[in-house]
Design a protein around this ligand. Structure first.
Ligand code: ZN
Length: 174
């Protein structure tokens, strides 16, 4: 179990770059049903940036969110040991929108409390928070410890520990 490694420092230039890349990724979205085009950009701890967009399906429930597409792509390109330093998500619909609940859990698999989350607020405001604030009490691999003790593949998985409820005042407008 790894706790957050101190302060997660992501430069202002990197934050801008991640927001820009997320917006660029959103242009590739396959969203013929909702017309809600979303893009995500992940900054990995190896410095690489991986993007994704939402991919809808006519069955609706098989739709993949941009964050989940980006995470799948990051694992495919960089392997199972990826860790998330920062995640930018945005949309081309000018909607104030943070990652959905399912995506928060997906991000928790590869992030920690300090993982920076960048998202659009009301009126296009550049908002930021952390994964720890967005998903207190994440379901964690440590809950599976008894059943995974003998499995070497159980290492380096979800490292977000149980937390106290988030302080809503911690989300700030920038
Ligand atoms: Zn989502």
């Amino acid at each position: 179990m790894r706790e957050s490694q101190g302060k997660n420092v992501v430069s202002e230039a990197d934050r801008r770059r991640l927001r820009d890349l997320a917006a660029k990724a959103a242009e590739q979205a396959y969203a013929p049903y909702s017309r809600f085009r979303v893009g995500a950009a992940l900054l990995l701890d190896n410095g690489a940036v991986v993007t994704g967009c939402n991919v809808e399906n006519c069955s609706y429930r098989l739709t993949s969110c941009a964050e989940q597409v980006a995470v799948a792509r990051a694992v495919a390109e960089h392997g199972p040991s990826i860790r998330l330093r920062a995640v930018a998500v945005t949309n081309l619909n000018s909607a104030a929108s943070a990652p959905c609940g399912a995506c928060r859990q997906t991000l928790a698999e590869f992030g920690d409390d300090a993982t920076l989350i960048l998202y659009p607020g009301e009126g296009g405001a550049a908002m930021e928070t952390t994964l720890g604030e967005l998903l207190p009490s994440a379901f964690c691999a440590t809950f599976l410890e008894d059943s995974t003790k003998s499995s070497p593949s159980a290492q380096n998985v979800c490292q977000v520990p149980l937390r106290k409820p988030a302080d809503p005042g911690a989300t700030k407008k920038r």
